[in-house]
Ligand binder design. Structure first.
Ligand code: NAP
Length: 264
């Protein structure tokens, strides 16, 4: 996705993967500065641990306790989180406004944290439904003081989750349930779905999860995780280059569609 975008804009930049052992994170980050890299993305398990090695962290990343994008500005390492903003842009692009929505988030991990924060900041009331209720509660309690909207917690396995979904207009799957290779799994029973829901599944492999198929059958509107993946990457691209990201090029790269033209 990033290499396709750099090529499309004729930028002399390349995106490469590095596998970093958790014990070597500090050294790797010092290496970003020493080698004069433009920046890096970080993923599990480094997102929550990297903050102490950076020089500056933006408000959103500080509040959710997670950094997925580092920008090296003349040796000053700046940290950002682009997942939540990427999700909101993808949701809006799919035709669903977060404002005044009643949202239920499935899961309480890193993606759920960024999503709950972003939705609450955009005027949604949020219920977090998680398999391990204590994690849902912990997430709701840690975010509530720093967001505008309301955040509640319920157990994913109980009646409270079914009730919350029955009155919701937005359901966001932030669990890996249904992701390849476990494509026959579904995080909630199909009977809980209804036509007033917009169901956003953050999974992008497969493109249509079992949850999305069931949601369509129930009459709900749906979107998959490709949009979020592209938009969170596009925001990182903008941070690193200061240029407008070629969204269509990035999306085609994510979907594995060959492209040689710049027509975004
Ligand atoms: P994570 O931190 O490991 O959290 C996973 C969450 O899912 C936990 O709350 C966990 O519940 C729950 N869970 C796991 N297995 C479950 C099961 N069998 N039944 C019910 N709940 C289960 O993972 P993450 O980083 O938040 O990622 C979650 C998903 O979002 C992944 O599929 C990832 O690919 C996707 N994602 C997509 C994008 C995108 O750009 N589209 C970005 C980020 C993440 P417990 O607390 O009970 O363990």
């Amino acid at each position: 996705m990033h290499n396709a975008a750099f090529r499309a804009l004729g930028l002399d930049v390349v995106y490469v993967p590095f596998e970093v052992h958790p014990d070597d994170l500090e050294m790797a980050i010092k290496g970003v500065r020493a080698l004069g890299l433009l920046g890096v993305n970080l993923t599990i398990p480094h997102k929550e641990k990297v903050a102490k090695f950076l020089d500056w962290i933006d408000k959103e990343a500080t509040r959710i306790g997670s950094v997925n994008t580092v920008h090296n500005v003349d040796g000053e390492l700046r940290g950002y989180s682009t997942d939540g903003r990427g999700f909101i842009r993808a949701l809006q692009a799919a035709g669903k406004s977060p404002k005044d929505s009643r949202a239920v988030i499935l899961g309480a991990g890193g993606a759920a944290r960024a999503t709950a924060y972003a939705l609450a900041q955009h005027g949604a009331s949020v219920t977090i439904a998680n398999r391990t209720f204590s994690r849902a509660l912990e997430l709701a309690e840690s975010l509530s003081p720093v967001v505008e909207g309301e955040i509640k917690a319920v157990s994913l396995n109980g009646e409270a989750a079914r009730e919350a979904i029955s009155v919701a207009d937005l359901l966001v799957n932030c669990t890996p349930v249904g992701m390849y290779p476990n494509v026959d799994e579904q995080p909630i029973p199909s009977e809980w779905l209804h036509p007033n829901l917009f169901v956003y599944d953050q999974i992008y492999n497969p493109l249509e999860t079992r949850l999305l198929r069931a949601a369509k059958r129930s009459g709900a509107q749906t979107a998959n995780g490709v949009g979020m993946l592209v938009y969170q990457g596009a925001i990182s691209f903008e941070i690193w280059t200061g240029q407008s990201p070629p969204l269509a090029v990035m999306e085609r790269a994510v979907l594995g569609i060959e492209t040689n033209s710049v027509d975004d």
